[in-house]
Design a binder for this molecule. Structure first.
Ligand code: B16
Ligand code: MG
Length: 211
């Protein structure tokens, strides 16, 4: 029986992909590194430093640890500028309706995100304090597809992994949920899940999964 739904943040509750893209692109352009939307797609659900390693695959010289930290920090500064403009209107279609219905039915809701910027994003979109638990890039040491972020969320909620449904837009996130022994719902074409939906605009999706 499903007692809790663990939501990925970027790409599921709010679309910050374009903010990540613009911030990585600005940094890559400054460094003369080729970067495009296709490379950006590979960064979905991947931690900041692992994302940087993917971006640097196209670099013409190697960067040492201190230089890498500077590049990641610079990108994050650009990203912060962009997400400071997010508002509740940026919550993706159907997300609020589904979240409210789950709560009304006594199902616990949590965030399970790789992003260290999760608290800022939740505040910007008016959802700080809304979730029963928030597990994010600040409380984990292993990034998706490691299940840590979702296992921590389940622990915070006091439920078993088998009682959780993970909602994800990234292949690595679906894999993380499965690695944690949880049921998974894919949106936006992430592969390998138990259930699939194009997005959360279908208000009956959870009613059909959680019986
Ligand atoms: P930050 P999610 C992930 O969030 C993003 O999808 C991914 O593109 C990003 O690199 C990662 O967070 C780390 O973000 O630099 O803000 O710590 O999809 O797991 O909610
Ligand atoms: Mg995501």
């Amino acid at each position: 029986m499903i007692k809790a739904v663990l939501f990925d943040l970027d790409g599921v509750i709010v679309s910050t992909d374009h903010c990540h893209y613009r911030a990585w692109k600005r940094m890559a352009d400054e460094e003369g590194i080729y970067f495009d939307e296709k490379i950006n797609d590979r960064l979905r659900g991947v931690s900041r430093m692992a994302s940087l390693d993917i971006v640097l695959e196209r670099a013409t010289h190697t960067y040492d640890a201190a230089e890498k930290a500077e590049l990641a920090g610079r990108k994050n500064g650009y990203y912060r500028e962009l997400i400071s403009e997010l508002t509740p209107a940026d919550i993706l279609p159907g997300a609020m309706e589904n979240l409210n219905e789950l709560k009304r039915n006594g199902v616990l809701v949590a965030v399970g995100s790789s992003s260290k910027n999760t608290p800022i994003i939740l505040k910007q979109i008016g959802l700080a304090g809304f979730f029963d638990a928030v597990s994010d890039g600040n409380n984990i040491t292993h990034s998706k597809p490691d299940p840590e972020v979702f296992l921590k969320a389940a622990e915070m909620l006091g439920v078993l992994p088998a009682e959780c449904l993970v909602v994800e837009d990234a292949d690595a996130g679906i894999e993380a949920g499965r690695n944690g022994g949880m049921k998974t719902l894919s949106v936006k074409g992430a592969v390998g899940a138990d259930y699939f939906a194009p997005d959360l605009s279908d208000y009956s999706i959870f009613r059909r999964i959680i019986r």
